[in-house]
Design a protein around this ligand. Structure first.
Ligand SMILES: *Cc1c(COP(=O)(O)O)cnc(C)c1O
Length: 427
């Protein structure tokens, strides 16, 4: 049996396979560039592990208070080395990306301070944290105010608007790298660096924090290489390498990280407590795998964009544009197409492939949402996954893929489902 027949045995019609292979043939140079960055980042991670003298003893965890957890402490040195920061907090007690971002915001602001978002509205879940949407326990309840400067057309920074928004109470600036569910572009680490430089030229002591979710290892540099005081993210996205079962990280200056540790545990205890439990081995192996897995996810995003552009759908980013995160948005234009796409991703999953996802109401969303994921770690979006709010323009957001071969199969399965439902023609 050859590969085409094997795909057919798993439900991909030969004409779907052939159609997708044509797109793939045009991507060799792109994939080579991605492999070169992954190679660079693999060496960066190995060097950080070697510099921290990671040994077998570090792979074992602690329980209880977690005093003298040498594996946890060395892992934090590894992260600080990768992000070129003074320190890092990498903990299983940080539940997810929102928790890490919330921790960083609460720890580094005080009553009377103001947070500025200079790139438009932050990620949906941060609206509750900041109190943009009235929420119990928000920063607004603690007297921390919020200001936002929207982007100009073309995802340009509104430098004059930002200058006017900064005042003596501006304490922290939150910059989201990835577009999230917005329609703007994702920012490169360099362009974030330019923005930070501008902000610091107006107020040098303002803390510049970057929401780095989905951006890690896509480029050779991270926002912390361009002046960010803190970079923040989730371990069930890129840096967990698909192996971390939970966790978040904050890498940054000594002062910022110390404040985060005091807030996560208790003032006076800080980084000294917090058992790694049984997570150290998975955290180390995850960060070791992360450059390759990020590359696989990026290849999947580019493959999806090139197939769907040929099918006539608008893709954001476009297939041939430079990438700064692993998210691919595709405007499918109808509920039926969003459902077919997500059902295709689900049907290709290693876990729960027999489940058929349908749109449903979700807390925090103003429309029905469909989600597809058959993941080893619940909610892990570095694993092949897709979701779409059921409202115009009927975008689907697609990300992840632990192996390129599986991601390729998943994307072909989305095309298969669209084809079976008569939503596309293959010519
Ligand atoms: C995923 C994500 C977050 C945090 O989400 P969690 O689901 O809490 O991990 C924050 N910002 C961006 C841009 C994200 O993609």
């Amino acid at each position: 049996m050859d590969n085409r027949e094997m795909f057919e045995a798993l439900g991909i019609k030969p004409e779907v396979y052939d159609y997708c292979e044509v797109s793939l043939n045009g991507l060799k140079d792109r994939f080579k560039e991605i492999d070169e960055i992954a190679e660079y980042n693999q060496l960066k991670v190995v060097k950080a592990m070697q510099d921290a003298n990671v040994s077998e003893a570090h792979l074992i965890g602690t329980s209880g208070y977690g005093y003298d957890d040498i594996g946890r402490d060395a892992l934090e040195r590894v992260y600080a080395n990768i992000f070129h920061t003074e320190d890092a907090l990498v903990r299983s007690q940080i539940i997810c990306g929102t928790h890490a971002l919330s921790l960083a915001l609460f720890a580094n602001t005080r009553p009377g301070d103001e947070i500025l978002c200079p790139v438009g509205k932050p990620y949906d879940t941060l609206e509750g944290v900041i109190g943009i949407r009235p929420t119990a326990g928000s920063l607004a309840e603690y007297g921390v105010s919020y200001k936002q400067v929207d982007l100009l057309p073309g995802s340009e920074f509104d430098y004059e608007g930002i200058r006017a928004a900064i005042h003596e109470r501006t304490r922290l600036v939150e910059i989201q790298r990835s577009k999230g569910y917005a329609t703007r572009d994702t920012f490169s680490p360099e362009s974030i660096g330019k923005l930070i430089q501008f902000i610091k030229s107006i107020k040098p002591d303002v803390i510049c924090m970057v929401d780095n979710c989905y951006g890690e290892f896509v480029k050779r540099e991270e926002p912390s290489d361009f002046g960010a005081d803190m970079v923040v993210g989730s371990l069930i996205k890129n840096p967990g390498g698909g192996l971390a079962p939970i966790g978040g990280y904050i890498a940054g200056t000594k002062e910022c990280v110390a404040r985060c540790a005091a807030r996560l545990t208790a003032p006076g205890l800080g980084k000294e407590v917090g058992p790694s439990l049984d997570n150290n081995k998975n955290f180390y192996q995850g960060i070791f795998m992360a450059p390759t897995i990020t590359a696989n996810a990026e290849k999947a995003a580019i493959f999806a964009a090139s197939v769907y552009e040929r099918l006539g759908y608008a893709c954001h980013p476009t297939a041939d544009s430079e990438r700064f995160d692993i998210i691919q948005a595709i405007t499918l234009g109808s509920e039926e197409a969003v459902v077919a796409f997500c059902q295709g991703i689900q049907a290709a999953a290693p876990v729960d492939s027999f489940v058929t996802p349908y749109p449903d109401d979700m807390p925090g969303y103003d429309s029905k949402v469909i989600m597809a994921a058959g993941a080893f770690v619940q909610g892990s979006s570095i694993e092949l996954s897709a979701d779409g709010p059921i409202k115009p323009p009927y975008n689907v957001y697609f990300q992840g893929g632990l192996t390129w071969y599986h991601a390729k199969f998943g994307i072909m399965m989305t095309v298969e489902k669209m084809y079976e439902k008569g939503l596309i023609t293959l010519s």
